[in-house]
Design a protein around this ligand. Structure first.
Ligand code: TRP
Length: 438
């Protein structure tokens, strides 16, 4: 495992209101799954079902979409052992963090969010009240999204251009919080992949649910063939040369084919291939790539309980981070155990004084360290250097939450321990965990 200093955390959410289509596959899923397999990347993928409630009031559709999107990612090869794959609504720390962020964010900042402004502009143009039909949920969308991102201290958030403003808002909110309460959040950056293809839909405009021109990714084979047959072409007859420029059919083919295959189709266009034959080529090329994924998708869709289990396991993995992190943030803002008084303000507690404690510090090498000492100052654990105080803080959080599991997971970031020292450290950590649970 590479050291945390070289790992970049990527995080992406997918709103659960629709059925994945070929455009989602080409523009996002395929690339993200490949990317998540890189050793220097740690990925967080989640189903943004709280966000779905903003746009959709059909419960059955939200449930169905959540299932379809989860099955799609898994069928396309996302490995839940390797990445953290979870459902937003399984992480109660996210709405809690949304509230914290709301309390450090000016209302004027949210007034300027594109989606909200567009709604207000539409209303004004139609002569309605500016906020007609605007829910507080829509207004708060950027704060919920910021909580998604800041909760896991993501470095990079791959998004389309339309989402860049949201990432900037997340940065601003994280920054305001850090400024008031100390360095808790990593400030995220948008990662716009220019190379990612924008797929045209059946009518040649961008493939999008809102245009109703999509090809569902895992539509049955016969339906796929039928839909491809309905792609708009011009009226040139067989034998007449065809233009590749502006041909939706050609562009979709290109998104699936390699360079040699693309060249062959270009040549066929020049030589006057019949549209029917070109459509058959496209259908076969897509089906070649999709068929094995479709088989996996159908198997997954037939066993929703399995997907439910995968998501709950993912949520546990995510909450191993979000729970201790939220505990730290609660403490930072003053939502505290009342018996825990700052030193020197009375109520001395013998039990507390005897407890082991963590110390965090920075060394001359510029890296961030922590150690665990018992009440007498004996060293129990010594960390190696972390790239950021957040990384060190997260390791501490994990150790406080699940001492034994975290010790195992963190061995490479700690100075070596013999068995006796390990037992002493676990005992001290459990002692601490118990004390904080009181
Ligand atoms: N707003 C994103 C979309 O509509 C979904 C989303 C929610 C998201 N939370 C996020 C994306 C956090 C990236 C990071 O597509």
């Amino acid at each position: 495992m590479p050291s945390p200093a070289t790992v970049t955390r990527f995080l992406t959410g997918i709103t659960t209101t629709g059925t994945p289509h070929l455009g989602n596959y080409v523009g996002s899923v395929r690339h993200s799954v490949r990317f998540s397999q890189r050793p220097d990347v740690q990925s967080y993928y989640f189903l943004a079902d709280y966000h779905a409630l903003i746009k959709c009031d059909e419960p059955a559709r939200i449930q169905r979409s959540t299932l379809e999107i989860a099955a799609t990612w898994l069928a396309c090869g996302l490995d839940p052992e390797r990445v953290t794959f979870y459902r937003q609504s399984d992480i109660p720390e996210i709405p809690e963090l949304t509230w914290f962020l709301s309390c450090v964010t000016g209302k004027g900042v949210l007034n300027r969010a594109h989606a909200y402004k567009a709604a207000v502009d539409r209303n004004s143009a139609a002569g309605h009240e500016p906020d007609a039909d605007v829910t507080v949920g829509l207004f708060m969308y950027p704060a919920l999204m910021a909580a998604d991102i800041l909760m896991f201290n993501a470095h990079k958030v791959p998004v389309g251009r339309d989402q860049v403003q949201h990432i900037e808002m997340a940065r601003d909110m994280g920054n305001s919080f850090n400024h008031l309460y100390g360095e808790h959040f990593t400030l995220p950056e948008a990662e716009i992949d220019e190379a990612v293809a924008l797929l045209p839909g059946l009518d040649g405009r961008k493939m999008s649910k809102s245009y109703g021109n999509t090809i569902p990714l895992f539509t049955p084979r016969a339906q796929l063939q039928k839909l491809i047959g309905s792609i708009t072409t011009d009226s040139r007859a067989p034998g007449e040369p065809k233009d590749t420029e502006g041909s939706a059919l050609f562009q979709i083919y290109q998104a699936f084919a390699d360079a040699a295959e693309t060249e062959a189709l270009r040549k066929a266009y020049a030589e006057g291939i019949a549209w029917g034959d070109a459509k058959q080529l496209l259908f076969e090329r897509i089906d070649r790539e999709i068929a094995p994924l479709r088989a996996r998708y159908e198997a997954l869709m037939a066993d929703p309980a399995q997907i439910e289990r995968i998501l709950l396991a993912g949520a546990e993995k995510a909450r191993a981070l979000s729970r201790p992190f939220m505990a730290r943030l609660r403490h930072a803002v003053g939502l505290r155990n009342l018996a825990d008084q700052p030193a020197g303000t009375g109520t001395p507690k013998a039990a507390k004084a005897a407890r082991p404690s963590f110390k965090q510090y920075r060394e001359k090498d510029g890296r961030f360290y922590f150690k665990l000492q018992d009440a007498k100052g004996t060293l129990l654990l010594q960390s190696r250097g972390f790239a950021s105080p957040q990384d060190a803080g997260r390791a501490i959080g994990q150790l406080q939450q699940q001492p034994a599991a975290a010790l195992e997971a963190l061995v490479s970031q700690l100075e070596p321990l013999d068995n006796a020292a390990l037992r002493a450290a676990i005992e001290a950590l459990e002692n601490l965990a118990q004390a904080s649970g009181e």
